[in-house]
Design a protein around this ligand. Structure first.
Ligand SMILES: Cc1cc2nc3c(=O)[nH]c(=O)nc-3n(C[C@H](O)[C@H](O)[C@H](O)COP(=O)(O)OP(=O)(O)OC[C@H]3O[C@@H](n4cnc5c(N)ncnc54)[C@H](O)[C@@H]3O)c2cc1C
Length: 505
């Protein structure tokens, strides 16, 4: 029997769409190219069977804050989100680091003369955090529930996302600390889009936090997949879909894929105007990642850095601007912005005696083929002399290889599309209903649609709600919580998953 809905891709957005549709009582089948589900939520042992490494995402401020994951009750499903005392740290070359503790007061104390400014920046956002998150993760076109949120954001984004940002702080520590968060947008700085990212992630560091899941990011994907199968859904892995005609007939097709793949998979059937708009979609710089197995913790010059799971290596604000703008212009710099994650700081169970995983990626030009291990090692060594001698094993993934690993990372762009103001408002094309593809029943639900990159599930959730409304006449969002199986939901006694021969790897 044909399913009601099929989904291509099982990243957090494909899975969120699957959960939503299955919870609405529809029969759902998901098709994943890779041998394992999860997209950006995969965790594997790389060097030692006892130690696991997150292959893509590792730190989950958005999974805590996202309205989808709140409704899904992520933490009631065997997913334990663990926090380190500091959300993130930012060493500077004088050996002292700026540190964003989860506790705002401790952070402000550490920032000295900029403490009161940091407090004035973050405290109002924290007071209105639910509304701020809802506004930024619901995508354009959503009316704010709390008018304070857009006003607070607008003032701050203008101050920190434009050239005015140079005047906001007096010390290099506070300047670098916020610019490091803005650099998560992976693109030219300053920009309004990067300012928005800085406000969202920056305030969450002192609120819901920047946690890691106990045991790795794949636990989030597993919880979602379990919910889908318990509600009758079927997941197929090892199935690369190259043409929509390979899918079984279904009333709704949701695609957790890139706009470039959308053009290919629809094989000339898109209206010309939409196809032209899609061709204007731009991809951002790439990420190139190194995974390490260490014999001991990173020997940071400032030992306080060891309290943070996430560390930003970019130097001063001016240095970050220089390297990010060069990278965005297509130049590989010797000192790129590097994000380091030491998951065992928050989740000590990830480490074994004298074996500790470390995850780090550098921003590089889109499509770059350089193995980043040496670049990243040198960058860490600068702030942690002796790091090199702690490395037991290592491996690099260039930006180009990331695309081979996951076709959504076009040229290694892990955001599935540049995070610019235009592409934050209109993603992937200017359209009232950004998830709808102008083909009957077809929806795009990946990070290439609002609200953009990150593990929040909101692109998949919103696309699924729209499909429910338009294709099935279901207007009421289904309940997603642990004890809230929708009435009439088909429940299969055993989770069902199938695996076909891998075609992708
Ligand atoms: C190195 C790295 C670090 C990151 N760190 C973080 C982090 O710490 N926190 C955070 O929130 N985010 C992080 N991200 C970003 C985050 O992983 C992504 O934004 C998120 O996974 C996007 O979800 P998605 O569902 O849109 O797509 P993806 O997670 O990319 O999943 C898409 C899935 O679809 C499959 N697919 C694509 N095309 C086809 C096809 N034609 N047929 C079948 N299957 C197909 C792919 O194989 C993949 O499994 C990181 C990403 C990377 C790469």
């Amino acid at each position: 029997m044909s399913p009601d809905a099929v989904i291509v891709g099982t990243g957090p957005n494909g899975l969120a769409a699957g959960v939503t549709l299955a919870r609405a009582g529809l029969s759902v089948e998901l098709y994943e190219a890779a041998p394992a589900i999860g997209g950006g939520l995969r965790t594997e042992s790389l060097f030692d069977s006892d130690v696991v490494h997150d292959i893509c995402s590792a730190v989950h401020p958005m999974a805590v804050a996202s309205p989808f994951f709140k409704a899904f009750e992520l933490t009631a499903r065997n997913v334990e989100l663990l926090h380190s005392p500091a959300s993130y740290a930012h060493p500077l070359t004088d050996g002292v680091a700026a540190i964003a503790y989860r506790d705002l007061v401790t952070t402000c104390t550490g920032l000295g003369p900029d403490g009161p400014r940091w407090q004035r920046l973050m405290e109002p956002l924290l007071e209105h955090s639910d509304a701020v998150v809802e506004l930024l993760l619901s995508g354009p076109g959503t009316l704010p529930r709390d008018l304070a949120a857009p006003l607070l954001l607008a003032r701050r984004i203008l101050a920190h996302g434009t050239r005015l940002h140079a005047r906001q702080f007096a010390t290099p520590q506070a300047r670098a600390l916020l610019t490091g968060v803005a650099a998560h947008s992976v693109g030219p700085l300053p920009s309004l889009a990067a300012g928005t990212v800085a406000m969202l992630l920056g305030h969450l560091a002192h609120g819901g936090g920047w946690p890691v899941p106990r045991g790795g990011s794949s636990t989030i994907a597993a919880a979602m997949a379990d919910d889908i199968t318990v509600h009758g859904g079927i997941l197929h892995t090892g199935c690369m879909i190259s043409d929509l005609r390979e899918l079984p007939p279904a009333k709704a097709i949701l695609l957790d894929i890139s706009p470039a793949a959308l053009s290919r998979i629809t094989a000339g059937r898109l209206p010309r105007q939409y196809q032209r708009a899609l061709a204007r979609f731009r991809y951002g710089p790439g990420a190139a990642k190194a995974d390490f197995l260490l014999s001991e913790p990173v020997p940071w010059t400032d030992p306080n850095i060891g309290q943070a799971t996430t560390v930003h290596l970019g130097g001063t604000r001016t240095q970050i601007l220089r390297s990010e703008n060069a990278t965005a212009a297509g130049m590989l710099t010797e000192e790129p912005f590097v994000l380091v994650v030491d998951p065992a700081v928050a989740d000590p169970g990830r480490a074994r005696p004298h074996k500790r995983p470390l995850w780090a990626y550098a921003h590089v030009p889109n499509g770059d083929t350089t193995d980043p291990v040496e670049l990243i090692t040198a960058r860490i060594e600068k702030y942690a002399p002796g790091f090199r001698s702690t490395v037991i094993a290592q491996r690099g993934i260039s930006a180009a290889q990331y695309e081979a690993y996951n076709p959504n990372y076009v040229g290694g762009d892990i955001s599935t599309g540049a995070v610019t103001l235009r592409q934050s408002l209109f993603r992937p094309v200017p359209r009232m209903s950004p998830h709808r593809v102008p083909l009957p029943g077809v929806y795009l639900c990946s990070a290439a649609t609002p609200p953009g990159p990150g593990v929040h599930g909101m692109s998949g959730y919103r696309a699924a709600l729209e499909a429910l409304r338009r294709e099935f006449g279901i207007r009421r969002p289904p309940l997603l919580g642990v004890d809230s199986a929708a009435p009439g939901t088909p429940r299969s006694p055993q989770p069902r998953r199938t695996t076909s021969a891998p075609t992708f790897w």
